[in-house]
Design a protein around this ligand. Sequence first.
Ligand SMILES: [Zn+2]
Length: 122
Amino acid sequence: MRRKRPSIRAAFWRILRLRCPACGQSSIVRSPFRIREFCPECGALFKREEGFFVGAILVNTIATEAIILLAYLLSLTMLQTDFQTVLIVLFGLAIFFPVIFYHHSWSIWLTLDHFIEFLPES
Ligand SMILES: [Zn+2]
């Protein structure tokens, strides 16, 4: 099957819907917190080698830090906010956001990999 890169808009839409970055037909998620080995529609390999998951962890870490920074900056604009409350909210974000964002971090990582070098076929 001949591979081609999707448009930025299509890639963004596939990330949001957790679809295969190569074809957009199938979900990258097999079950909650389990990513498929490959796309059942086009055969694009999602878990291509040992350690490939580190990129998804990197995406998740960067997104979490960005969200924490954004929440902190927003709290600074709210002058009456108690700093103890801000710390509790930021701590909660640091704990729960990476869990909630797990699948999308994989989707972003796979899409970046597909744009840089096409996902290989299984
Ligand atoms: Zn596919």
